[in-house]
Design a protein around this ligand. Structure first.
Ligand code: ZN
Ligand code: ZN
Length: 347
């Protein structure tokens, strides 16, 4: 049974203090100790974009999986998982992990420009900022500047419940903005929520001349979850969301895409660390069963035949783990280009 709190616990468990303690102990390998003890890379944009094109720009807003902030002194935080896709100026945000609202602005986008939000599932690390994005993008176009603009939100079972409770919690603020402050359109006119049941066969979510979005169910414990395939005029991408190694048809769904964004868990490090901490075996099994280890991620990329694999939703999100470290875990299983996501990276 997936438990978002516990999922976050793993990253918390591999905080600096724990990691250093672990590195000093017998359980840690010499290589790991070196990695965690050495200078850490900043979580900032790097290198030349290889996926983005003239019409399509892809920005990593948040690169970490799990419900926590993995803080290592002297390094930049990774925000919760989120990717921005800008096609001809129309902006789609895929998942809304913690901090993604701020990252949109940091990436140079007015929140007013977000047209669509896609949610893969309702674990907190994918949805916690959705209310912020919906509300602040609504406010960004306030006072009738663009009364016809709308925000479309798509996601699997659970999204409606999130909306209802969020809407209720913010009722006083929304009523004030719509009433005395004169904001138009109303929040309910502005934010259009579209919940769907995860489909076993690929299903169209949205399509226009700029973007074509399809979805399929993925197996992520008992939580309704989906992956997405997004085609723009010049890029064909697929996004795994969170999923286990077995129990879905995602690898077939991904076939023929140019780029695969896949979540990843460093199984060996997580198992070693949590075992040393005395975590319940059922909890460890859950983490491993409902996410993909490096070998599986590489195999899915190979099977799909993609030219580029982007590792995102990193567990742990410890910024002291270098790009080379992550690449070395996957490289034996995939021979294409591997990009390790970092916040605000244009890929
Ligand atoms: Zn997650
Ligand atoms: Zn999840």
């Amino acid at each position: 049974m997936p438990d978002p709190t516990q999922e976050g616990h793993v990253n918390h468990a591999i905080s600096r203090r724990t990691a250093l303690k672990s590195a000093a102990g017998a359980a840690a390998t010499a290589g790991l100790a070196k990695m965690l003890g050495g200078p850490a890379p900043a979580a900032a944009a790097e290198s030349t974009p290889v996926i983005s094109t003239e019409r399509t720009k892809i920005v990593i807003l948040g690169s970490q999986g799990g419900q926590n902030l993995t803080q290592v002194t002297g390094t930049a935080l990774r925000c919760g998982t989120s990717v921005l896709i800008d096609v001809d100026g129309f902006v789609t945000v895929l998942d809304c992990g913690c901090g993604s609202t701020h990252r949109i602005a940091e990436a140079g986008y007015d929140l007013n420009r977000v047209n669509k939000v896609l949610i893969t599932h309702c674990h907190a690390d994918h949805i916690i900022d959705l209310g912020s994005i919906a509300t602040l993008s609504w406010s960004s176009g306030r006072n009738g500047g663009e009364p016809d603009r709308r925000l479309k939100i798509y996601g699997p079972t659970g999204v409606d419940a999130y909306m209802r409770h969020f809407r209720k919690g913010l009722a006083m603020s929304i009523a004030d903005q719509e009433g005395p402050l004169g904001q138009v359109p109303t929040f309910d006119k502005y934010a259009r929520w579209h919940e769907f049941k995860p489909p076993r066969k690929a299903k169209k979510v949205y399509s226009d001349g700029h973007i074509d979005i399809r979805t399929i169910r993925v197996k992520h414990g008992s939580v309704p979850a989906v992956g997405y395939r997004i085609r723009t005029p010049d890029v064909d991408m697929v996004f795994s969301g969170d999923r286990g190694a077995v129990g879905d048809t995602f690898p077939q769904f991904a076939k023929g895409a140019e780029v695969l964004f896949h979540e990843i868990i460093d199984e060996d490090l997580v198992v070693r660390t949590l075992t040393a901490q005395g975590a319940a075996p059922t909890f460890i099994e859950h983490l491993i069963n409902d996410h993909c280890n490096p070998a599986t991620v590489g195999q899915v990329a190979t099977e799909a035949g993609v030219g580029t694999l982007v590792l995102n939703h990193l567990i742990p999100g410890n910024p002291a783990l270098t790009d080379d470290y992550w690449r070395a875990l996957v490289a034996p299983h995939y021979s294409g280009r591997i990009i390790v996501a970092k916040d605000l990276m244009v890929v």
